[in-house]
Design a binder for this molecule. Structure first.
Ligand code: NAP
Length: 249
């Protein structure tokens, strides 16, 4: 396993799913980790499960003030940061004809604006050799019904990443994207699929994924850790698909 000893990492959406698995893997590899989540009880529970090298901050990534508080906490507690994982996200499935301006703005505020200002506020505190990883989605290349706004917001963050990879090269900060396919996390329960249809929905997903199954959060965490690690020292501006091959279909 890559060593992250004495590295300082921030993981947004670190109380659940891919973010939780990533925070756990970073802490197990020696990093000190700040997780950011929007629900106090969920953040407290995650911090308790993740152990003494992990602290929590409750805030909404759609609110730019959250990112000021993250930066302040990182400065006060750790003096700087090495790794920033912009992972918090929501997926609201809606046909475009039903999307209101409020729906559109809400999804972009979390999935695009929240990423932009999270990175903007943390970059001044990042040390040379640092790494930023953004969690996008295969929805930006595999057209899925009802995903237009989600895919648009994720495409925006992919464009940010490519811009930042060049902007930050002088400081030796690498910026990459990981694009999950369907992964077995709590997000699947937030898509509006009725409980009694959930098994059928997951079976359908597994069926359309060439590898015949959903991904697991720890598989995504390992890919994120690779991009965050020195093993990926020559990798910047990349978009790593971790999707069981679904983007090929
Ligand atoms: P998850 O278990 O629902 O985790 C998402 C995390 O983001 C949760 O901690 C959630 O908080 C947090 N979050 C959402 N909105 C937030 C906000 N406004 N402020 C702060 N935190 C917020 O889902 P996941 O599957 O691990 O998702 C992680 C990332 O992977 C997301 O960006 C998602 O779009 C992306 N992704 C997932 C899949 C998949 O199939 N699982 C596929 C492609 C891409 P709460 O716990 O309070 O909701």
């Amino acid at each position: 396993m890559n060593s992250f000893l004495n590295k300082v990492a921030i993981v947004t959406g670190g109380n659940s799913g891919i973010g939780f698995a990533t925070a756990a893997a970073l802490a197990a590899a020696g990093a000190r980790v700040l997780i950011v989540g929007r629900r106090q009880a969920a953040v407290d529970e995650a911090v308790a499960a993740l152990g003494k090298h992990v602290i929590g901050l409750v805030g909404d990534v759609a609110d730019p003030m959250t990112h000021d508080r993250v930066a302040e906490t990182v400065r006060d507690r750790f003096g700087g940061a090495d790794i920033y994982i912009a992972n918090a996200g929501v997926n609201v499935i809606q046909p475009s004809e039903a999307v209101t301006q409020e729906d559109y703005d809400a999804q972009f505020a979390i999935n695009a604006r929240g990423v932009f200002f999270g990175v903007q506020k943390i970059v001044p505190l990042m040390r040379e050799g640092g790494s930023i990883v953004l969690t996008s989605s295969i929805a930006t290349r595999k057209i899925l019904e009802g995903h237009a706004v989600y895919a648009g917001a994720k495409a925006a963050m992919e464009a940010f990443a490519r811009s930042w990879a060049l902007e930050l090269k002088a400081r030796r900060i690498r910026v990459n994207v990981v694009s999950p396919g369907p992964v077995d996390t709590p997000i699947l329960g937030k898509l509006g699929v009725p409980d009694d249809a959930r098994d059928g929905f997951e079976a359908h997903l597994a069926n359309v994924i060439p590898m015949g199954r959903l991904g697991q959060a720890d598989e995504l965490a390992r890919s994120i850790l690779y991009l965050a690690s020195d093993d990926a020292g020559f990798v910047t501006g990349a978009n790593l698909l971790v999707d069981g091959g679904i983007a090929l279909t």
